[in-house]
Design a protein around this ligand. Structure first.
Ligand code: 0A1
Ligand code: ZN
Length: 894
């Protein structure tokens, strides 16, 4: 089985604490049990020899007792899947097998105040299919240590509150691994013998083990420099496998922009002499912020017009920025424990969002952020895995790298920004970083810095970290014509969530504006204001019900509520269709304008899905679309957003019992109607050829509009299929080719099927393009989609060993194609269940992520519920299930 084939065992001790659970229930880790580490690491020296069949790791740790911990607490060294050849304490050999607790951790009692631990371990990187710790990807060796991968490399107090300077010697064969990298700066390199060479890296910044990285392989490097604000020159090195040379230009330029932005916006400079980025084909997540040596999923770094779409180019800039911004928010100041994950992730995602808003269109960025929050985070927050931004317990921390911790966490940071204003917020961040530089901090530390910088009491605001679920705000209003007063009545509530039956009222910033009958902003005066004004106001909700009075209000206004999406809530106000049309036409807040259009479309789509279509609704939507299509001087990117109907997942969010097929059919019908009614417009849009491909905001928006047009033209009819065939044939870039491929993948016509095959033949040497080919078919709408996805799992290029490939087919199908995943015969669920079970022994992290859609079973009708549960039960019956999958499956059923 998988566990034993990971290791070559003889007389040595194998630590496999993360081995699949057997009969015993896995342990729950709780925030309230936090204890400071008994020992701190003064320095660590590693020697990692990759030249043999297995990796050999020699580690020397200099330790001392932590004055902040219990005096008699033992020294704990985490270790997993290691073949431990020797372990010594101040030179005396220990027998590790007698020192392990149930978790496999080495527990040493009666250790001197200061001591040295030396160890020699071995493992086989090529057998490490979990992609956690040190593993092989293609021809290279690389590492992934967050959250708890370092213990799979060497015995160590593998927790984020133990920080140490690392010195790492990497040894490997020169022929296969000419490039040897680790964190910090290279201080020595040379030959060991005829075959082997070495490099010594030193990272002076004390860091937790999760930020350790090592890479060895035959890699091409693109180099550039960056001169910091204070005049230091930083070398930027991008490493890729040779076939990807020439595809790092975009990422490199994005890095330079991110470095400059962090200097100008936050006054934060880079701190080492080199910044390295390595692109890896097998990676569980997007990228990793290892100190000075980021490791990236190829998908988020390699860009060329033939292999990356406009969306990929945009994501690359965002992820490059995200990992760079971690250098301060995450690395210089890290997290005390994993419950504080959002301390680094929420803050860094927010900084990434600010960067994207500064580089492009603020409104378009905001719309994208809100779309993602509503489709990925809101359902999570309403389901069985719902947890607060700071969870208070977990079984497997890898399951908590979630939309809640990341995206809702970023919204929480945005609310501080809204409450404090940009200047005070910036000062708060700087204060937090200065005060905790070189430390492992908590969310309370951040909140305290913000309170001081803003001169605010944020104790109630802190509930955003501890209460799960999406708050609901009901707004009513009242106009008193006699006294010219207008009142907004706001009621907030928060649904119960697992372990949290009762909730307290939250502190919620609600940005509002008032519009007059002429469509212009309407001035009014709040009782605490000296004069009336018409600007956006931030109302602060703190009570279950609050009345906000506006005086000197000359007429009954139309309220514009939750401008800029000022809080991650669901807001309800009894707008009429006329009100929404009015806001769509006149609101000065571009986000609110878009939102009014979406709400209008949502009504039409829901009526349609519930079998009560309203012709006047469709007509209104058509008018709104026409107005967008004909609007002069509107940012084309905003027009594209306005012409994109709410997605099926967001529609599902609005239904008590979700009917994925009805939602899909309704959306398709409405698309077909709009396609036909506005055919002339779509034809014009689609035939507006731009010149050769160029990644530039206006061009990107134009391509998006062209491809939207192509989609509408082919919705519900095949009249314009030839346009898709021709576009696929003639385009010079992947964005346009994929848009055409998506249309063709839905068609049963022979020429369409041939084109889909030909696309594969043409691009079969490009893994990232082949991923898209799988994804496009997983998202296709055909009577036999489930069967086709099943067949694709048997395609020679399909493998569960590569996370990008597994996600492209199975992740896209289960999350992005609800109508077919939820096929009434349960075939979609069975397909997913089977592959989760197949994947679990090899890559439990990925298996647990793919499983997530089944957790939502309560939202569906009885027969679907039954069939979904059946798969969860089937999974739970498996012996030796990973902690990862066990936690998701058992919490889903529980
Ligand atoms: N810290 C990274 C995300 C990440 C998390 C876990 C990983 O392996 C289990 C890998 C990457 C980030 O936020 O970019
Ligand atoms: Zn991050």
């Amino acid at each position: 089985d998988q566990v034993s084939c990971l290791f070559h065992t003889d007389h040595h001790t194998i630590f496999n604490s993360s081995a699949p659970m057997s009969a015993s229930r896995p342990q729950t880790i709780r925030l309230r049990d936090y204890q400071p580490p008994a020992f701190l690491v003064e320095r660590i020296h590693l020697r990692v020899d990759l030249s043999g069949g297995t990796a050999q790791v020699d580690a020397t740790l200099d330790l001392h007792r932590n004055p902040a911990a219990d005096n008699d607490a033992p020294l704990r060294l985490d270790a997993e899947f290691l073949d431990l050849e020797s372990l010594t304490l101040d030179g005396a050999e220990l027998e590790p097998s007698t020192l392990r607790d149930e978790q496999g951790t080495i527990v040493l009692h009666d250790v001197p105040q200061r001591c040295r631990v030396e160890s020699v371990s071995r493992f086989d990187p090529a057998a490490n299919t979990a992609l956690s710790g040190l593993y092989r990807s293609g021809g290279m060796f690389c590492t992934q240590c967050e959250a708890e991968g370092f213990r799979r490399i060497t015995p160590y107090p593998d927790r984020p509150d133990v920080l140490a300077p690392f010195t790492t010697t990497v040894v490997a064969d020169r022929a296969t691994c000419p490039v040897l990298l680790s964190n910090g700066d290279c201080i020595d390199r040379g030959a060991l013998d005829a075959e082997r060479h070495y490099a010594v890296w030193h990272d002076p910044f004390p860091k937790p083990s999760y930020l350790f990285a090592l890479v060895a392989g035959d890699l091409a490097c693109q180099e550039a420099t960056f001169v910091t604000a204070s005049g230091r020159e930083v070398a930027l090195h991008f490493y890729v496998e040779p076939e990807n040379a020439g595809r790092t230009e975009h990422a490199l330029a994005a890095l330079q922009r991110a470095m400059r932005w962090d200097e100008t916006h936050y006054g934060l400079e880079y701190d080492l002499d080199t910044y390295m980025v390595v692109a890896v084909g097998d990676f569980n997540m997007g990228a990793m912020e290892n100190k000075g040596l980021n490791v990236f999923n190829t998908q988020f770094v390699l860009a060329s017009p033939d292999t990356a779409t406009d969306a990929d180019y945009e994501n690359i800039e965002a992820v490059i920025g995200h990992e760079y911004f971690h250098n301060w928010t995450g690395n210089r100041v890290t997290c005390r424990d994993w419950f504080q994950l959002s301390l680094k992730e929420g803050l860094t995602v927010f900084r990434e969002h600010q960067f994207a808003e500064a580089m492009g269109s603020e409104a378009v960025q905001r719309i994208g952020q809100v779309r993602l929050l509503r489709t990925a985070q809101f359902p999570e927050d309403a389901g069985p895995m719902s947890h607060p931004v700071r969870p208070d317990s977990y079984v497997e921390i890898n399951n908590f790298y979630t939309a809640t911790v990341y995206a809702k966490g970023a919204e929480v940071i945005r609310m501080y920004h809204t409450l404090l204003g940009d200047d005070a917020f910036r000062r708060g961040v700087q204060r937090y970083l200065q005060r905790h530089d070189g430390e492992a901090a908590t969310i309370e530390d951040f909140l305290a810095a913000m309170e001081e910088a803003g001169g605010l009491d944020l104790q109630q605001f802190a509930l955003w970290y501890t209460q799960a679920g999406t708050p609901r705000i009901e707004v009513e209003d009242h106009y008193d014509a006699e006294h010219n007063t207008y009142t907004l009545i706001c009621r907030q509530s928060l649904p119960a969530s697992p372990g949290q039956p009762h909730k307290d009222p939250m502190h919620i910033p609600l940005a509002v504006g008032l519009l007059g009958r002429d469509g212009r902003p309407l001035a009014a005066r709040r009782p605490d204001e000296s004069t009336a004004h018409a600007h956006t106001r931030v109302l602060e909700l703190r009570e279950p019900e609050q009345h906000f009075v506006f005086e000197q209000c000359p007429e009954r206004p139309v309220p514009s509520l939750l401008r800029g999406f000022s809080a991650p809530v669901k807001l309800h106000y009894p707008y009429t269709d006329d009100d929404l049309g009015f806001l769509l036409a006149h609101d000065s807040d571009p986000f609110a304008r878009w939102e009014a259009g979406q709400q209008l479309a949502l009504r039409v789509l829901l009526d349609e899905a519930q079998g009560t279509p309203r012709p006047d609704g469709i007509e209104r939507l058509e008018e709104a679309f026409r107005a967008s299509l004909e609007a002069p001087d509107t940012d084309p990117a905003l027009v594209a957003e306005a012409l994109t109907l709410p997605g099926e997942t967001y529609l599902a969010e609005q239904m008590d019992v979700v009917d994925p097929q009805a939602i899909h059919d309704a959306r398709q019908r409405v698309r077909a109607i709009l396609g036909e009614a506005l055919e002339g417009h779509w034809l014009i849009l689609h035939s507006q050829h731009s010149g050769p491909w160029h990644y530039e905001p206006d061009e990107v928006a134009r391509r998006r509009l062209r491809n939207l047009a192509l989609g509408y033209l082919n919705a519900g009819s095949e009249r314009h299929l030839s346009r898709a065939l021709e576009q696929l044939e003639r385009s010079d870039n992947l964005t346009d080719r994929l848009a055409a491929l998506a249309v063709l993948a839905d068609s049963p016509r022979a020429e369409a099927e041939q084109a889909v095959d030909a696309f594969y033949q043409r691009w079969s040497d490009e893994p990232l393009v082949v991923d898209k080919w799988f994804r496009t078919q997983a998202l296709a709408d055909r009577p036999d989609t489930v069967y086709r996805v099943h067949q694709l799992t048997e395609h020679p290029d399909f493998t569960l060993d590569n996370p990008n490939r597994a996600r492209a087919l199975l992740g896209a199908f289960a999350q992005g194609n609800p109508a077919h995943f939820h096929s009434p015969d349960g075939s979609g669920y069975r397909l997913l269940g089977e592959h989760v079970l197949r994947l679990d022994p090899n890559n439990p992290q990925l298996a647990a992520r793919l499983l997530a859609p089944l957790a939502q079973w309560r939202r569906y009708n009885a027969s679907r519920r039954h069939a979904m549960r059946e798969q969860l039960e089937r999974i739970l019956e498996r012996d030796a299930l990973s902690k990862d999958v066990y936690e998701v499956a058992s919490k889903s059923l529980g």
